[in-house]
Design a protein around this ligand. Sequence first.
Ligand SMILES: Nc1ncnc2c1ncn2[C@@H]1O[C@H](COP(=O)(O)OP(=O)(O)OP(=O)(O)O)[C@@H](O)[C@H]1O
Ligand SMILES: O=c1ccn([C@@H]2O[C@H](COP(=O)(O)O)[C@@H](O)[C@H]2O)c(=O)[nH]1
Length: 315
Amino acid sequence: MFSQSAWLIAPLKSQMAICTSSRCCRLALSPVAVQHSFRRLYSSPSPPPSPQQQHQHQQQQQKKKRRGNNLLPLLLLGIAAGGLTYYNLKHVSKPPRASVDPIKVRKELESTEKPLFHPGEIDVIFVLGGPGAGKGTQCQKLVDQYHFVHLSAGDLLRAEQKDPDSQYGELIADCIKEGIIVPQEITIALLRKAIVKNYNSTGKTRFLVDGFPRKMDQALSFEDQVAQSKFVLFFECPEDVMLERLLQRGKTSGRSDDNIESIKKRFRTFLETSMPVINYYEKKGKVVKVNCDRPVDEVFDHVVSHLEKEGISKN
Ligand SMILES: Nc1ncnc2c1ncn2[C@@H]1O[C@H](COP(=O)(O)OP(=O)(O)OP(=O)(O)O)[C@@H](O)[C@H]1O
Ligand SMILES: O=c1ccn([C@@H]2O[C@H](COP(=O)(O)O)[C@@H](O)[C@H]2O)c(=O)[nH]1
């Protein structure tokens, strides 16, 4: 005999028949089927089925069962295909990881953003002082102990002068020999390029910009276009001491301006053109003065204590 409840849940059972996994069954119980069965369950009771109706029902059920059995191989095939796809995605067909440069390129040389580096992105310290005061010597020690990037404007100009592809070689050579300042566009472009290159390739953010800015226009343009300076390290040295050092250096340096004629011109340029830059920053409270007329290591000890005061420590 067919109990009433068995009759009523039959449509639900048939919905579930083609599913084998419990997950699939849950999905097969569509809200429509559930509603339909509940409507039947709670609607007014219908008379019990006749033996003929029962026979018809049994036949229908068998048909459905057969249909379900016919679907079983297809279902198994589907499951197998799904499993294979999952395996492939996970283990086989995963694309190889692209080799990514660990140091990201973070600044574009051509960027028109002003300044190129926002405050806090990099630390730029201008290193100024008369010719031969000892700027390069102290910068080298700072590089060794503080991992600064040292960029000497004079060195960059000399390298550009030697470059056979440069259109500025002659102009730079003349300016250096005469002890006058190369047009700011050239020097700033060289510095900008060197800063970006170092920043991108090493990730270093501390820059000693040595022998720059030598003229007010350079100072203003650089800070507008490239980066603000943190402060100015100013190496003070009497002229006679600097002269002696430069003449001494000139014996081996091979520099076209380490001779008495050029040195005199450089001193003049320093007083007339570069001292106003130092005065400008001094008014802003950004100049750190170090007396250079003493042995190299003593000068360096003073440099270190000034840097500590400015919050710059050895990494
Ligand atoms: N404190 C010092 N005592 C003695 N000699 C020094 C001292 N500092 C640097 N020198 C020497 O003086 C010469 C000039 O030094 P350095 O090249 O560092 O000066 P600079 O300020 O960078 O010069 P420039 O502006 O011409 O490039 C070098 O031969 C260097 O060895
Ligand atoms: O910003 C700058 C820096 C330097 N120069 C020229 O180079 C020489 C040598 O510089 P050093 O710093 O002594 O190496 C300098 O006399 C200038 O002619 C420049 O034009 N602008």
